[in-house]
Each structure stands twice: as structure tokens, then as C-alpha cells.
Design a protein around this ligand. Structure first.
Ligand code: NAD
Ligand code: ZN
Length: 251
């Protein structure tokens, strides 16, 4: 893996703009299971069944029970070396935008300042009737589903299957993908649309694609220029370290 890490560090050193697209795999090492692959939570709750807006409207209490379990995992989670490496890359001038599909806030907790949350955040609620955001504090697990002052149903401010993405976030992600010269795609199976289109947009605009994922994905066989088959928590800190060494040697 050494030569590939140096190769990516060299790419980053020479890149005009670097954008990352991250997914649930980035947070696995923080103890939050991804959707795909056999892992605890999602063996009991099929996301296709639970994480759809139709399922939520049909039976909000059932979906809220699952959400509270996920919440416990997310609220206890801390950034792992992968999140810290993204923040370090930003400080080194080699990460202009992190586009994440995650809703756990761990990129920001690690210190990344330019983060687009394509699928919203679990740290806030939103009313399905009036559209207003509401703080999560005070949520009573014994009184489900939570309701807004207007009487509407409250859901976490995350995008369920069947809902549109927040428009501003998506436009920023598109613009970043169109203008980057390197895109790092880490910890995502790259099958959830429209996030999965972003690597294609970047590639068509001439970017070099680097994939970090222990498992092969559709991206690796079709689009990626470099595929690092390892965990993000191992590989990303090594890349940031190699870049820092290069910069030091050059100064
Ligand atoms: P996914 O579950 O479809 O895919 C996760 C990918 O991460 C897989 O390809 C897997 O091989 C890879 N992976 C596993 N461990 C890894 C590691 N240590 N390092 C690097 N890669 C690793 O996730 P997705 O593509 O993000 O799409 C699922 C949807 O679920 C997204 O919308 C996401 O918002 C949501 N989700 C979010 C969280 C979170 O916020 N942490 C958790 C679960 C699901
Ligand atoms: Zn309301």
C-alpha cells in the first residue's frame, strides 16, 4: 500500500481543488454501523423498510423507536482517525470541501470546516407540517412521536428515502464536483442516488478519482483511477502524513 499512499499524496500536493465524498463507512470505526454489510442494527431494521418517508408517515412511532436506537450509537460516537485525517488535509490546504452522506456530525466534530451534509443531520428535528427546524433537546422517548408546536409530526432533520435533498447542499456539492481536480470517495457504496452521481460528474469534468473502501464497489470497477482497499481509518492518516512530509521537504 506504501507506493499508492505516496501516489495519492503526490496527487494532492499538485491538485488545484480537492473534494471528498464520504459515506457511512467512514464512521464504522467510530462504532456506527453502515447500511450495507452484515451489522447489528441493520440486521433488525431494513433501511428500505424503515428509512423511507412513506414508512415514517404510515407508522411514525415504529420508525422513531429505530431512530432512538440509532441515536444512542450516534450520540456516543467520537471522530475516528479518518475524520481527523480529513481535518488535517484541510489544514494542509488539500481538502476544499467534504461532501458527506453521513448525518452524525463527526466531520465537523473532528475540525473540518467546509462540510456539506447532503442527507441532513441527526442533531436537529424538523416539522413535516410547517417545515421549521426544532432542537432535539427535550425529546421524550416515552411520548412518541414528538410533535411540533403547530401539531405537525417531528422527524430528525435527515433525508429519508423518497425525500428530496436539501437544494443548497446539493448545488454546493455539484459545483465542488464539477470544479475539483481530485475527488476522494471514501466509505460509501456509491449506490444511493443522487450522491452516487457526484463521482461521475467529477470524472467527466476531468478529475482524478481515488477510492478508499475495503470492499470493491461499482465505482472501483468503472470509474476510480486509484482504489485503496483498506479501512479509511488506516489509509487517510497515512496519506495526510505523507503529504505533510512532502510539504516539509519542499519548504
Ligand atoms: P453504505 O452503508 O451503503 O456503504 C458503506 C460502505 O462503506 C461500504 O461500501 C463498505 O464496504 C464501506 N466501509 C465499511 N467500513 C469501512 C471502513 N472502515 N473504511 C472505509 N470504508 C468502509 O453507506 P452509504 O454509501 O453512505 O449510503 C448509505 C446511506 O445511509 C447514506 O445516505 C448515509 O447517510 C446513511 N447512513 C449514515 C450513517 C452515519 O451518519 N454514520 C450510518 C448509516 C447509514
Ligand atoms: Zn410545525
Amino acid at each position: 500500500m506504501g507506493p499508492e499512499i505516496d501516489q495519492v499524496a503526490e496527487l494532492l500536493a499538485e491538485a488545484r481543488q480537492v473534494v471528498a465524498l464520504t459515506g457511512a463507512g467512514i464512521s464504522v470505526e467510530s462504532g456506527i454501523p453502515a447500511f450495507r454489510g452484515a451489522q447489528g442494527l441493520w440486521e433488525r431494521y431494513d433501511p428500505e423498510e424503515y428509512a423511507t418517508i412513506e414508512a415514517f408517515r404510515a407508522d411514525p412511532v415504529k420508525v422513531w423507536r429505530m431512530l432512538l436506537e440509532l441515536d444512542e450509537l450516534v450520540s456516543g460516537a467520537r471522530p475516528n482517525p479518518a475524520h481527523h485525517a480529513f481535518a488535517r488535509l484541510e489544514r494542509l490546504g488539500a481538502m476544499h470541501l467534504v461532501v458527506t452522506q453521513n448525518v452524525d456530525g463527526l466531520h465537523q466534530a473532528a475540525g473540518s470546516s467546509r462540510v456539506v451534509e447532503l442527507h441532513g443531520t441527526a442533531g436537529r428535528l424538523r416539522c413535516l407540517a410547517c417545515g421549521q427546524p426544532r432542537p432535539r433537546a427535550g425529546l421524550d422517548p416515552h411520548n412518541l412521536p414528538p410533535r411540533c408546536a403547530c401539531g405537525g409530526l417531528l422527524k430528525p432533520d435527515v433525508i429519508f428515502f423518497g425525500e428530496a435533498l436539501p437544494q443548497r447542499a446539493f448545488l454546493t456539492a455539484m459545483a465542488g464536483s464539477q470544479s475539483c481536480s481530485v475527488m476522494i470517495v471514501a466509505g460509501t457504496s456509491a449506490v444511493v442516488v443522487p450522491a452516487s452521481h457526484l463521482p461521475m460528474v467529477a470524472k467527466q469534468a476531468g478529475a482524478t478519482l481515488v477510492e478508499i473502501n475495503p470492499e470493491p464497489t461499482v465505482l472501483s470497477s468503472q470509474l476510480a483511477d486509484i482504489s485503496l482497499r483498506a479501512s479509511a481509518g488506516q489509509v487517510l492518516p497515512a496519506i495526510a502524513e505523507a503529504l505533510a512530509r512532502r510539504q516539509k521537504a519542499a519548504s
